[in-house]
Design a protein around this ligand. Structure first.
Ligand SMILES: [Fe+2]
Ligand SMILES: [Fe+2]
Length: 172
């Protein structure tokens, strides 16, 4: 019987027979998927200046990565990479809006038109580097965070961006 699930990270819903192994919208791992009827929101309490600054920086990272992936999807020379880059673009866009909500900022504008990528092979390498950088920054931000919602999101993002690193492993 289909159920309604909810992702604790991006707060999107999912309707299906079983929990997805990864949230289809933000990529969060299965432990973040709960039955919608059991969902309890992790409230955002007042943020320290350090966390606010770190979340702002994280929004910037996600916007830049989403725009890079939209460019890479448009320039991909094969269906596999076009599909992968387009999904990555949408996942990173989801991360940008998830993070923006923590600091009560407007939903970030993400352009699909920016010419900020190279050719396909180059983009695989740049994807790898961007995901490694994001993972390292989020590990630092996690270490500096003391608010439950910021901790929950940074922990999930680290797992997700690690998955993204593995997608391009050995491909460039
Ligand atoms: Fe999600
Ligand atoms: Fe991300």
């Amino acid at each position: 019987m289909v159920q309604v699930y909810k992702c604790k990270i991006c707060e999107e819903g999912f309707i299906g027979d079983e929990k997805p192994t990864h949230c289809p919208f933000c990529g969060a791992h299965i432990e973040n998927m709960v039955l919608a009827k059991d969902y309890v929101k992790t409230e955002v309490i007042e943020l320290t200046d350090a966390t606010r600054k770190n979340v702002e920086a994280a929004v910037g990272i996600e916007i830049s990565n989403a725009e890079f992936y939209f460019c890479a999807a448009a320039k991909a020379d094969n269906v596999f990479d076009a599909t992968m880059f387009k999904r990555l673009a949408k996942i990173e866009a989801e991360h940008a809006s998830t993070l923006a909500k923590i600091i009560k900022a407007k939903n970030p504008k993400i352009s699909r038109e920016k010419n900020i990528c190279g050719r396909n092979k180059h983009n695989l390498k740049e994807s790898h580097e961007r995901e490694e950088k994001a993972t390292a920054r989020y590990a630092q931000f996690l270490g500096e965070a003391c608010e439950p919602r910021a901790i929950e999101v940074f922990e999930a993002l680290i797992d997700i961006e690690k998955d993204h690193i593995s997608l391009t492993e050995g491909r460039f």
